[in-house]
Design a protein around this ligand. Structure first.
Ligand code: SF4
Ligand code: FES
Length: 235
């Protein structure tokens, strides 16, 4: 790996080649919001929430590898507006019912909405008719809350895990389904892993819930991104 120097938000950073802009920002205490990105899974750039201005162009930080002399802006007013609109659209096009969701307080979408101070989306709600697949004894998938980030599908790339989820349909009818055959004998540990992979409350473990009361969960006490910003000081 070669040493490179990049600039993020006017701060010079010496780092190594081969890392994404998102990784380097995180290492330096700069929070870039994400939804479809998940540690250990190859990035795919589907949610666009991590969009930054990189050498004058809007690009996703999770899939852009840093290069020497790159100039990156992560927090302009325009970028914050773009991210906020993406989050609002996700709320408007699904049925999220946060107060009754087991993921409330641990949900990345909800936490970003708080970060962007979203009260009510500026877009009309779609209220789509979507179902819940609760056939599996260990987990259920609630299509009302799925934001199609595909983290669950991409997790198959980990060799020790089978493909638990499959695509159904295409375009705006695209849906994530459980592979009922493969998940028939899913144990508790895998069920928890599947639930943890999902940024929202679309994959929920059965027979276990509300162990940690709402109000004491991950993002209830510390806003999303504050763990990163606390480490390096927000820029
Ligand atoms: S089920 Fe969860 S992880 Fe899978 S695509 Fe939907 S939101 Fe993403
Ligand atoms: S986190 Fe980069 S596009 Fe979703």
């Amino acid at each position: 790996m070669n040493k490179i120097t990049i600039t993020i938000n006017n701060k010079k950073i010496v780092t190594e080649s081969g890392k994404s802009v998102l990784e380097i920002a995180k290492e330096n205490g700069i929070f870039i919001p994400t939804l479809c990105n998940y540690e250990g899974i190859a990035p795919q750039s589907s949610c666009r929430v991590c969009t930054c201005v990189i050498d004058g162009r809007k690009m996703t930080a999770c899939t852009t590898l840093a290069k020497d002399k790159m100039n990156i802006e992560t927090n302009t007013e325009e970028l914050e507006e773009i991210r906020s609109v993406i989050v609002e659209l996700l709320f408007a096009e699904g049925n999220h019912f946060c107060p009754s969701c087991e993921k409330s307080g641990n949900c990345e979408l909800q936490a970003l909405a708080y970060r962007f101070k979203m009260m009510v989306p500026q877009f009309p709600y779609d209220f789509p008719a979507r179902d819940v697949d609760a056939v599996n004894p260990k987990i259920m998938i609630d299509h009302n809350r799925c934001i199609l980030c595909k983290r669950c599908i991409r997790r198959k790339k980990e060799p020790e895990n089978p493909t638990w989820f499959v695509f159904e349909n295409r375009g705006n009818k695209l849906k994530i389904n459980l592979d009922h055959e493969l998940t028939a004998d899913m144990d508790d540990e895998l069920a928890q892993k599947a639930m943890d992979t999902c940024p929202v409350g679309a994959i929920i473990r059965k027979e276990k819930g509300f162990d940690v009361p709402i109000g004491s969960r991950k993002y209830d006490s510390k806003p999303i991104g504050s763990d990163i910003e606390d480490q390096g000081g927000a820029v």
